[in-house]
Ligand binder design. Sequence first.
Ligand code: CTP
Length: 407
Amino acid sequence: MSELQHLAGKHILLGLSGGIACYKSAELVRLLSKAGATVQVVMTEAAEQFITPVTMQALSNRPVVSSQWDAREPNNMAHINLSREADLMLVAPASADFIAKLAQGRADDLLSLMALARPIERCPLAVAPAMNREMWAHPATQRNLEQIRADGAFLLGPGNGDQACGEVGDGRMLEAAELLDEVIALFQPKRLAGLKLLISAGPTFEPIDPVRGITNHSSGKMGFAIARAAREAGAEVTLVAGPVHLPTPRGVKRIDVQTAQQMFDAVLPLAASHRVFVATAAVADWRPAAAADHKIKKDGSGQAPSIAMTENPDILAAVAALPQGPYCVGFAAESQDLVTHGRAKLIRKGVPLIVGNIGPATFGRDDNALLLIDAEGEREIPHNDKLTLARELVRGIAERLLHTQRP
Ligand code: CTP
């Protein structure tokens, strides 16, 4: 499955209630469709004041419905027919008024009628609030939100920042790309629900002087994909990242570091409070013994300076040696003999699972193949995009946790 098709086969009922954020929903339809979903747009009368059904029909490639008296439905029951086909009902934007309606179970327009008539087990409801910050903060709105959450609705956002009214605060609707990620996450099985996962990712950078350093080609993509997949699976994720150019996956806590020592100092105090540690970072084995305070200059002799090196701490081995430590997963990037080197690493680092890959074939790329090596044997996760691989790895970790008692 390509990364673009993570919603293949899903049918989404996208409801728009009245709000300026309706313009973002046009982009959302495009993104959902590109991700492989089919989208049926339903609009309230108020939503039609902000964006036309023509736009939404063109983007979704389906006629928009907005009235419960729509005679195009042969049995005149759009609220039943459309909600029976859907895998998810997403209301974006959800106005304060519409959330109030949901909280009370009112059904005086097609969209609220559908929310009430959908089969609650098969078609979950997700709500992306969009409103002014005062409306958001109002006790009535907060009370209504609590109620719809208790009734099983998933709350997506809101975001924080500039608002259409010129004020700044909570209540903005999430951006279309953020909503897409949230929708993809909703469909993932919650294999790690309630667990805390710590991940190291990216390269480290070991300074030689203020302008130079030693680093490697690790892009951090695999570690970031695992962070996203683990969060999708319901985990609380902390990502300790070396210098990389990647956006933080939604809902993931990120700590940026530069050197191996900084990564060690960030990871070790957190490790014992986490259930799982996944070490994807390509940590430099050595660092210059002392970084020069000023740029090292050519001295005219033609002699290259010699740089004394010292070994970096092994983060994974140190975490694996903790008495109350997490379940540890190591990565082995090798250039040959993956099984032999991976198995040796499993023993040397004292970890229950090593994930092997052929280093030069993976650095910086969006796809890869993995080999899971543990005491039982080896299992290949075949070639795929890194997010799909990460989800498979998360499944592998979750299965192993079932058989692992916390020490
Ligand atoms: N690792 C770590 N701290 C280090 C070195 C490695 O946490 N100082 C972790 C990596 O994140 C990875 C695993 O250990 O999960 C394997 O790292 P690798 O560099 O491939 O192994 P090495 O122990 O350095 O062995 P070699 O250099 O012989 O391949």
